[in-house]
Design a protein around this ligand. Structure first.
Ligand SMILES: Cc1ncc(COP(=O)(O)OP(=O)(O)O)c(N)n1
Ligand code: TZP
Ligand code: MG
Length: 800
């Protein structure tokens, strides 16, 4: 339950590098649940295929029916199909599932040269499977066999792709690795109308066993996770590139690619330790998401957002290796320490690799460059890259000298940073540097006075929109997060761009605040799963900015600011705000449970995973409401859940609830805020995009969006508006939204896919015979919706 499901129909490779084994490893790595239908068994290793035993077509069919009828699949692929009878069996069974996306990897010959498809079966592949294919992924020899063309160059590949689509495949990806195109490989992707030439560097390795299987499995996994085919292909290619780059010695022949590529190796290691760990999901490339995300209202949403990371930093105390400048080294160490990380400041080249590889995050700050720093940084960066440890690069004063430019260029070409944190002048200088390198033109000078931003000739400061563009373009170009700090901090992964509108001008009057925030970003990235990295970086910037804002408000001047800033960082992260996890929001109804049944039912829902509870009792007298409120406050605290009261600000205050939920007929949000103060959570009901925008302006912290489906639980609920309402509201706001009204486990996923962050329910949990099981099932349904929406933080709303 809750996983995107990917199915492979292929042959077994006893050597584990190709076939079913490669597919399952890839599926697992890329965040999908893998199932398999075996067509043939091969006695195989890295030197070749020694024997093949085909399974009967009837048994292939039996496996396929078993998997599809029980587990189901969100996407499937075919690999070695061995014979026309097996192709026929597979094609016939798949006819009953026309909606299932199918990637056809037309496996014919192994890398060792051994045949994996009966020559007579090519026609069956062409006529029975190609018309059913969502994507067909031949290499050049396979494309030649399928089309009868002699493919000698990219134009030939394009012609082959055209014919494959004419044979019925929806897309064709013709892979150009076999052609001699020098240091670059060109693949052709064709959708029947447009060609895309996908270019990537040729990786010179003998360890290419299973590349076709792995690539097609990766495409299948991304399609299963809901990515559009061309997005899936690009992401799969990145994974494939890393798997080739990181391949290691194995066996005596052509070894396998490294299916762990991109994995959070630290997390895998932790899985074997007594402290447990997390399941790694490799970093997906971002999908274009133009509108910037802004959380303009107060610090609370950011503190909730930061809470999971802060909790992990305090629990795991990640070691951060920092090679930083001589000016601010102590402040950098103190900042990392203040948020709960364990800094190690070491810049001797001789120990750089060992320390970097043993850390959870690496800070590279080029503020005072010399030969020793330079060598240490390069060594540490390469060791961290190899071990998959996040690197945060602070290109201090990169516009100022050629030495700094060369150093940054070497760092970003030899090791891939996870994030770059720059001030505006540094961001712009970096942009110019890359542009100049690519076009061969001299860089426009972006002068920097010392390391402070001072744009050429007193040019006006770029607009926020331009800064966002610089961050997003740099992030795309460098394939890493780019944060540009200033009065508004902007951070982008190239697709999503977030802004932090906190901070204080006094922070500009102390030296090293930028270096400190880089260390804080590294601490957050150290505990973030790869797909959470943008959120983690933004949360780090926000925590730092909020601490700065609070500290600056409390000091007489810049002299004491650093000390108070550390106190604030410590305080903000030592007792982190409770995370507002809106995935399953449960609302009480004593008409369904009886008054005595409310608390047990809520506790069951909490055991089932709910982390927000609302006391909503329209008919109970106030004394009974207070009594229930006290009991619910206690039980929700035990589970670390948020407790809110519907309508009644007085009751919320009296029972020390975390906040209230208000509708249009209730106390206006601004007035409630004035009464409850800045730290209370105030939710607002909205029925349109305009109401959502107004509620956000008024200071709401989250929105209840409905009625989505018909309900029996609220007499005065209007007509159901469907998930289109959620979609519209999602476009209008970045506040967390919960979909409400008539939600159950069957209709929750589409509401989530439309952009809701969670669901608010009465009947589905409080009316269920077993509220704990019901909550668990509903949460799984929400997770399914979130998984389909993509694990990279895509927030839904726009269907593309
Ligand atoms: C999470 C959530 N969303 C919407 C509502 C409805 O609030 P309101 O419109 O004020 O209606 P009543 O619940 O007061 O009848 C809600 N309670 N919770
Ligand atoms: C409180 C509320 N506000 C809009 S619909 C609704 C009731 C939701 O209850 P159910 O989940 O049983 O449909
Ligand atoms: Mg109300």
């Amino acid at each position: 339950m809750g996983y995107p499901r990917a199915l492979t129909i292929a042959g077994s490779d006893s050597g584990g590098g190709a076939g079913i084994q490669a597919d399952i490893k890839t599926f697992q790595m890329l965040g999908t649940y893998g199932t398999s239908v075996v067509t043939a068994l091969t006695a195989q290793d890295t030197t070749g295929v020694h024997e093949v035993v085909e399974l009967s077509p009837a048994f292939v069919m039996r496996q396929l029916e078993a998997v599809l009828s029980d587990i189901g699949a969100d996407a499937a692929k075919t690999g070695m199909l061995a014979s026309s009878a097996i192709i026929e069996a597979v094609a016939r069974t798949l006819e009953t599932r026309p909606e299932l996306p199918l990637v056809v990897d037309p496996v014919m010959v192994a890398k060792s040269g051994d045949s994996l498809l009966d020559p007579g079966a090519v026609e069956a592949l062409r006529t029975r499977l190609l018309p059913r294919a969502t994507v067909v992924t031949p290499n050049v020899p396979e494309a030649q066999v399928l089309t009868g063309l002699a493919v000698r160059d990219v134009a030939g590949m394009q012609e082959a792709a055209r014919q494959l689509v004419a044979m019925g495949a929806r897309w064709a990806l013709v892979k150009g690795g076999h052609l001699d195109t020098g240091d670059e490989v060109v693949d052709v992707l064709f959708d029947g109308r447009h060609f895309e030439l996908l270019r990537h560097p040729r990786i010179r390795t003998v360890h290419t066993h299973g590349t076709g299987c792995t690539l097609s499995a990766a495409i299948t996994a991304f399609i299963a996770r809901g990515f559009h085919v061309d997005q899936a292909v690009r992401r799969a290619q990145r994974y494939m590139q890393s798997a080739l780059e990181q391949a290691r010695e194995l066996g005596h022949g052509r070894g396998p690619t490294n299916h762990w590529a991109g994995a959070d190796l630290e997390a895998i290691r932790r899985l074997g330790s007594t402290s447990g760990g997390v399941v790694p999901v490799p970093e997906p490339a971002p999908t274009p998401q133009p509108p910037p995300e802004t959380w303009p209202i107060g610090a609370r949403p950011w503190l909730w957002r930061a809470a999971p990371f802060v909790q992990r930093i305090r629990a795991e105390r990640p070691t951060i290796h920092a090679i930083t400048n001589l000016v601010t080294i102590q402040r950098v160490a103190s900042a990392a320490l203040a948020v709960g990380a364990a800094p190690i400041m070491a810049d001797a080249p001789q120990e750089a690799e060992t320390l970097a590889a043993a850390s959870r995050g690496l800070v590279l700050n080029i503020g005072t460059p010399d030969d020793l720093h330079l060598e240490a940084m390069l060594r540490a960066a390469q060791a961290a890259s190899r071990a998959g440890i996040p690197i945060v690069l602070d290109p201090v004063g990169v516009g100022a000298t050629t030495l700094r430019q060369q150093l940054v260029l070497r760092l970003i070409t030899t090791a891939r940073p996870s994030a770059i944190k720059a001030n505006l002048a540094e961001g712009m200088a970096l942009w110019e540097l890359l542009r100049a390198r690519e076009t061969g033109q001299p860089a426009v000078e972006v002068r920097q006075a010392g390391v402070e931003p001072a744009l050429l000739g007193g040019a006006p400061r770029p607009s926020l929109e331009q800064i966002r563009d610089v961050a997003a373009c740099l992030a795309r170009r460098l394939e890493c997060l780019v944060a540009i700090t200033g009065p508004v901090d902007v951070v982008s992964d190239g697709a999503r761009t977030l802004e932090v509108h906190h901070g204080h001008p006094l922070m500009g009057d102390i030296t090293g605040s930028g270096c400190m925030v880089t260390a804080v970003v590294a601490a957050f990235l150290a505990v973030a799963r790869p797909y959470e990295r943008l959120d983690a970086a933004a949360a780090a910037l926000a925590v730092f900015a909020i601490a700065g804002q609070r500290a600056a408000g409390a000091v007489a001047g810049p002299g004491t600011l650093p000390a108070v800033l550390l106190d604030e960082l410590d305080a903000l992260t030592r007792q982190p705000a409770r995370a507002f996890d809106p995935r399953l929001y449960v609302i009480t109804d004593s008409r369904r449970t009886g008054v005595a049944g409310v608390v047990p039912a809520v506790e069951a829902a909490l055991r089932g995973g709910s982390r927000v509870v609302q006391l909503r009792e329209k008919t109970l007298p106030t004394p009974a409401l207070l009594e229930l409120g006290h009991a619910l406050r206690d039980v929700t605290r035990q589970y670390g859940a948020v407790f809110l009261v519907n309508d009644r600000i007085d009751v919320a205050k009296a029972v020390q609830a975390d906040g209230v939920h208000l509708g249009t007929g209730d106390m206006p949000v601004e007035r409630a805020r004035a009464i409850l103060g800045p730290e209370s959570i105030i939710g607002a009901s909205v029925e349109s995009a305009a109401e959502a925008a107004a509620a956000a302006r008024a200071g709401a912290d989250y929105l209840g969006v409905g009625p989505v489906y018909a309900t029996m639980s609220k007499e005065d609920a209007g007509a159901a508006r469907g998930i289109e309402l959620v979609r519209q509201v999602r476009k209008a706001t970045h506040l967390p939204i919960v979909a409400i009204s008539g939600i159950d486990e069957s209709n929750a996923p589409p509401a989530i896919e439309a952009g809701a962050d969670g669901v608010a329910v009465i009947a589905a949990v409080m009316g269920a015979p077993d509220p704990e099981a019901a909550a668990r099932r509903l949460l799984a349904a929400v997770e399914r919706g979130l998984a389909r929406r993509g694990l990279d933080g895509h927030r839904g709303g726009d269907a593309s």
